[in-house]
Design a binder for this molecule. Structure first.
Ligand code: A2P
Length: 276
């Protein structure tokens, strides 16, 4: 007896599969952590051939289209780690993050092969103290650098500033700083040498105010017991929104610091945190 042919409507359609574009790593999601309704972090497997310097960014995307949307993401994990970690905003209609925020362990994330960026130790000339000025997801590259022994070989003291809208958004940075002490590799390097200044701008907390306000008023330096920015002793890395970078840049330039690059190390470097 001939078997009845399946009617087209009887089977669910296979989800459309798109080929992985050339020159792109297809990596597996290892973990996902949602911190707030606006922020999440996740880790993916690291291709053996993938090399980067702590503080750099890489282009990532999803295999959900023939021509996937790629966006620049700072790598939050240190260069020695087996996994690659990212810290991301969730934008409801963001071309990438509207989908990325739904990833689960086992899913595939695409990553281009070359990491690059200016927020690297090589772009700064030697000095005593390194300020890492972060707002929002701009803390990601500092999460990498704070877990890199080279940071402590190059600088005696590291000051991380973390400014977010509300207290819940500070949690990623708080957890990062707490974890340094327990880190078997970094704990001894970081002990007593990392200062952390967190503030909020839209919710009451022990310290409120934009980092620009804390710098201009001198409150940042009073808290630390240090003199204001000085090119003789201080280097500054800045990562956040375009507006924040513009305003902090003006303050460090007014203090006499000059911008550095990979080819010409200087006193400060900037990178825009990813949006959408
Ligand atoms: P505010 O709440 O006053 O806008 P976002 O999540 O939008 O990227 O913001 C992260 C943090 O950066 C917020 O605390 C925000 O303060 C702050 N911020 C935004 N613009 C600037 C700026 N031009 N200079 C300093 N901080 C800023």
């Amino acid at each position: 007896m001939p078997t009845a042919a399946l009617r087209k409507d009887d089977v669910a359609p296979e989800p459309e599969r798109f080929p992985i574009p050339a020159g792109v790593h297809a990596e597996t999601v290892l973990s996902v952590e949602h911190h707030t309704d606006r922020l999440f972090s996740f880790s993916i497997t690291r291709p053996q051939s993938f090399r980067f310097r702590s503080g750099e960014f890489v282009m990532i995307g999803l295999p959900n289209a023939a021509k996937p949307v790629f966006r620049a993401y700072s790598i939050a994990s240190p260069a020695w780690d087996d996994a690659i970690e990212f810290y991301s905003i969730k934008v409801p209609d963001g071309p990438l993050t509207q989908h990325l925020q739904r990833i689960q362990p086992g899913d595939t994330v695409l990553m281009r092969q070359k990491a690059t960026g200016t927020l690297v130790l090589d772009a700064l000339s030697p000095a005593r103290r390194l300020y890492m000025i972060a707002t929002g997801t701009g803390i990601a590259p500092f999460a990498s650098l704070l877990r890199d022994p080279e940071t402590y070989e190059k600088f005696d003291e590291v000051v991380l500033t973390n400014t977010c809208r509300d207290v819940a958004e500070l949690a990623y940075g708080d957890g990062l700083v707490e974890s340094l002490a327990e880190d078997p590799l970094i704990g001894t390097f970081a002990a007593g040498r990392v200062r952390y200044v967190a503030s909020t701008t839209r919710e009451a907390s022990p310290r409120t105010g934009r980092i620009t306000t804390l710098i201009e008023s001198g409150a940042l330096f009073d808290t630390l017991g240090t003199a204001p920015f000085d090119p003789a002793t201080d280097r500054v890395m800045i990562c956040g929104s375009i507006d924040m970078i513009r305003d902090v840049r003006a303050l460090v330039e007014a203090a006499g610091l000059t911008e550095g690059s990979n080819s010409a190390p200087g006193d400060f470097v900037v990178e825009r945190a990813f949006v959408g």
